[in-house]
Write a protein that binds this ligand. Structure first.
Ligand code: DX5
Ligand code: ZN
Length: 214
């Protein structure tokens, strides 16, 4: 069964606690938290204090997607704020291998994300230090963009690279009831969905519809 990770980038920021409790009750697997710095990506979002305040509202894992450059100086703060998975971007990190080691040494799962134009070859020498690979199927920065079809091939290639390693393959951007089956068929097992989940009022129905579209 695939995991669904609603991105709270599309939640109502004025009712954050309530929104987190609602996606938990609706059966999400992870809570996907998009951290943006206005430098690596053209948008600004959440710092560690906000994540720490959200933490008591659910026991579901916090899947923290860092779209910040540099990420390394902030890893410990995000770990202390309550992240369970911390994902850094290969493009934003001069020392990816070291960042992944730091995340694991903080007792967290280590993720690496690739922008649409980044080839999967950057993963080759870090596969044994990674718990999750996040393929961006839109250019990061905003919710509600269209899925970039060329990423399906990348997902297939990464699934082959993973082999029998215990690495989750997550896909983020433009995932909805129309695109999810192709993404899962290509090899993804964790699906981020922002606008697809939060656009309606009945989150359980939307998450259910995503699962049944697989
Ligand atoms: C984009 C973020 C995504 C975004 C996805 O930079 O990483 O997590 O919220 O939004 P949708 O699902 O609307 O494409
Ligand atoms: Zn994301």
């Amino acid at each position: 069964m695939v995991k669904i990770a609603p991105s709270i980038l599309s939640a109502d920021f004025a009712r954050f606690g309530e929104e987190i409790r609602a996606i938990d009750a609706a059966g999400c697997d992870y809570v996907h938290i998009d951290v943006m710095d206005g430098h690596f990506v053209p948008n600004l979002t959440f710092g560690p204090p906000i994540i720490a305040k959200l933490r008591p509202h659910t026991s579901k894992p916090f899947d923290v997607h860092l779209m910040i450059n540099p990420a390394q100086p902030y890893l410990e703060e995000y770990a202390n704020a309550g992240a369970d998975i911390i994902t850094v971007h290969a493009e934003a990190d001069k020392h990816l291998d070291r960042s992944l080691q730091v995340i694991r040494s903080l007792g967290k799962k280590a993720g690496v994300s690739l922008n649409p134009a980044t080839p999967e070859s950057v993963l080759e020498y870090v596969l044994d230090k990674v718990d999750l690979i996040l393929v961006m199927s839109v250019n990061p920065g905003f919710g509600g963009q269209s899925f970039i079809p060329s990423q399906l091939d990348k997902i297939r290639r990464i699934r082959k690279m993973i082999g029998d390693r215990p690495i989750e393959l997550e896909v983020d951007g433009g995932v909805n009831a129309d695109t999810i089956s192709d993404v899962v068929a290509a090899g993804a097992d964790v699906l981020v969905a922002g606008s697809a989940v939060f656009k309606g009022d009945d989150y359980a129905a939307t998450i259910g519809a995503l699962r049944s579209a697989v």
